[in-house]
Design a protein around this ligand. Structure first.
Ligand code: RUQ
Ligand code: CUA
Length: 663
């Protein structure tokens, strides 16, 4: 039986949606935008020169595809970690070693959209080892190592589209879980079907990616084929609800066109509750089917300083028939977006974008409802738990356009409201609204320090706002997005600071600086460099011809590149500059650029080898130089390459220590 739906007057609905869209888009300035400003804000956010911030804030770049790191409370930008997009600052996706990281079953994808960083956890608390983050468009999960702040792994997800409810981490990092925002025909069937056959042919897939507890290596463990709705966001259970996963889904109407109207018909959509511990039992009992599909798995090796990309051809899929006692839908008002689980694991908060209340579900009541079969029907073979039977209560009149909720250490929840541009603080037990503070303007995600763990740190909340008109100096048609730091240590929320962000921030997480700041790798050990084209000292520098390929084994150290004169390159050659930075000191990278190269440049860390490919297109003399001002004689860190006509008799030669070799 399909869930009972109440059809509103279509026209009324369209008007409502238009109204919400207009309010949302014009983001009228809340009247008291500066009223809650804390008088001692300057003192609370001032990190004196030479002092460190208290937290690392890992902020998704949204459409930039990267992950940015800010210090809190200062809001200072510390680094942009390239993840899903090529990055000119450090050659990510341009050097031969990093190109395979962006490989997918479709080939190289140089730019994606990243939303939800999540930190690795032990016992439901951050352990400071890795950050995971999702690519939405061409579905992937990346792993970033917090010793190097470098993306070291990338796993593509087959059978998925719009990998939005991702990358959420279970209590002991057993799994990273991901889902399908856009249902599609799976890769293992012929997807060449009419779009109007959505109901028969389109499916959602939920992916469980296991994580090696020691190395962190990810593996696509299994997938669940679920009804073709839009799975939007998710969170794992914790504590008593550990072993469960909760997803929101909208478009229970299964519309495939004009979703803003056609997917807003039903008064309630669903939360999907998944008992993954039970699914593991079914897998052990041999359930699940191996299906054909293609997906890339890319690993970056910190010893060879080189990424490799492998294509896998198979995964295990469980169907709804295998999962009768593992999957349940819970009705949820209306077009839900975020779903968040409180630190105790008992309260599950879903945020309906078009709902007038925030429903809070009780894990205990869900268990009881399943036991007592308090179902109000089923859809596509999945039981629908009775709304009242699962409901703990509703937060009444909280605001308009609820999106996301995080928690502090004192039993409070903080929900972001996109349309009414505000953060609302409420008590998780009695569901009473305690305080509200305007955001400037349309807030998407918010992040309480440790707000998704079993033991939040509290103290600060950061609002990540969109459509930030008039907060910063105008910069042409595109304005910076605005993050706002809010003091949540007292009863009333107090605004402390605005800071601009790169790309469009979605979710963000924060780690106490003390947890990782003394564990950073300062340089790569040159003796352990296993790169096949390493030159560990100037003595090992050389130029070698292999047919049409010229390999330059080059070293860089303040303030010399060796070799620095190269002759005998010919048109038709492909030149690889294998540059090893032979420094063994913190924060002394060298750069490398050669005139006219249509590829890019390099930035090479101490002890590392990186390769720049150059296919010269004309004859002449080409200068190259170090692009990072590394020393007093940095300007002298330069050289020349001579390119001759194809078949010329200029012999291959190069200079080392003022001596020319090869002539
Ligand atoms: S989603 S607001 Cu990925 Cu809420 Cu960003
Ligand atoms: Cu090396 Cu400048």
């Amino acid at each position: 039986m399909q869930m009972k739906t109440q059809r509103n007057e279509k026209q009324l609905l369209i008007t409502l949606i238009m109204l919400i869209t207009i309010i949302g888009l014009s983001s009228c300035r809340p009247k008291s935008a500066t009223s809650a400003f804390s008088e001692d804000a300057a003192v609370k956010t001032y990190v004196a020169p030479g002092n460190y911030d208290e937290f690392y804030n890992f902020v998704s770049g949204g459409f930039s595809g990267q992950l940015a790191i800010y210090g809190l409370p200062s809001g200072r930008l510390l680094k942009v970690i390239p993840v899903f997009s090529v990055n000119a600052e450090n050659g990510w996706g341009f050097s031969e070693e990093t190109k395979p990281m962006l490989n997918t079953s479709f080939g190289e994808v140089p730019w994606d959209d990243s939303h939800h960083p999540n930190l690795s956890m032990t016992n439901g608390e951050y352990d400071g080892r890795w950050v995971f983050i999702n690519a939405n468009n061409t579905p992937r999960i990346a792993r970033i190592d917090l010793k190097t702040f470098k993306t070291v792994e990338m796993l593509e997800l087959p059978n998925s589209a719009g990998n939005h409810p991702s990358a959420f981490v279970t209590e002991n990092t057993e799994y990273i879980v991901a889902g399908t925002r856009f249902s599609i025909p799976p890769d293992y069937v012929d997807g060449d079907v009419p779009i109007t056959s959505y109901k028969e042919n389109f499916k959602g897939h939920i992916s469980f990616i296991s994580v090696d507890p020691v190395t962190g290596e990810m593996k696509l463990s299994f997938q669940l084929a679920v009804p073709g709705f839009n799975y939007d966001l998710s969170h794992p259970g914790k504590g008593k609800s550990h072993g469960w996963f909760f997803f929101t889904c909208y478009n229970s109407e299964q519309a495939h066109t004009h979703l803003e109207v056609n997917a807003s018909q039903n008064d309630k959509d669903f939360v999907l509750a998944v008992n993954w511990k039970k699914i593991e039992e079914h897998l052990r009992a041999g359930k699940g089917e191996k299906v054909k599909c293609r997906y890339a798995h890319n690993m970056y090796d910190e010893k060879t300083h080189t990424a490799t990309s492998k294509i896998f051809e198979e995964t295990t899929v469980l169907n709804v028939e295998d999962l009768k006692d593992c999957l349940y839908y819970i009705p949820c008002p209306k077009s839900p977006h975020g779903i968040d689980v409180d630190p105790s694991g008992e309260y599950i908060v879903a945020s309906g974008k078009l709902a007038t209340v925030i429903p809070v579900f009780s894990f205990d009541k869900i268990q009881k409802a399943i036991e007592e079969k308090s179902f109000e029907g089923e859809t596509e073979g999945i039981n629908i738990i009775n709304y009242e039977a699962a409901l703990y209560g509703e937060v009444q009149n909280p605001g308009l356009g609820a999106l996301h909720t995080e928690f502090d250490e004192k039993g409070n929840a903080y929900t972001s409201f996109f349309v009414s541009s505000e953060i609302v603080k409420w008590n998780v037990k009695d569901l009473q609204v305690l305080d509200r503070i305007p955001s400037t303007y349309s807030i998407g995600h918010l992040s309480v320090m440790g707000g998704d763990t079993k033991k939040p740190y509290g103290k600060y909340l950061v609002a990540y706002n969109k459509i930030t008109k008039d907060r910063f100096l105008p910069t042409g048609p595109e304005l910076a997005q605005c993050a706002q730091l809010i003091d949540i240590s007292g009863d009333k929320m107090k605004l402390l600071l605005d800071f601009p962000t790169i790309g469009e921030p979605h979710y963000a997480v924060a780690l106490p600086a003390d947890m990782i700041k003394d564990k950073q790798i300062q340089f790569y050990n040159l003796a352990e460099n296993k790169h096949p084209y390493v030159a560990r000292s100037q003595k090992e520098a050389k130029v070698v011809r292999e047919g049409n390929v010229v390999r330059v084994y080059m070293t860089a150290i303040r303030s010399h590149m060796a070799p620095d004169n190269i002759e005998g390159i010919m048109l038709g050659d492909t030149v690889y500059f294998h540059l090893t930075n032979i420094e063994q000191e913190w924060d002394i990278p060298h750069g490398f650029a050669v005139k006219g190269n249509t590829n890019a440049e390099l930035l090479v860390m101490p002890g590392e080898t990186q390769t720049l490919k150059w296919v010269p297109s004309r004859t002449g003399i080409f200068s190259f130089y170090c692009t990072d001002f590394c020393s007093a004689l940095h300007q002298e860190m330069q050289g020349y390459a001579r390119v001759s006509a194809k078949g010329s008799n200029v012999p291959l030669s190069y200079t080392l220590d003022d001596k020319t070799t090869g002539k």
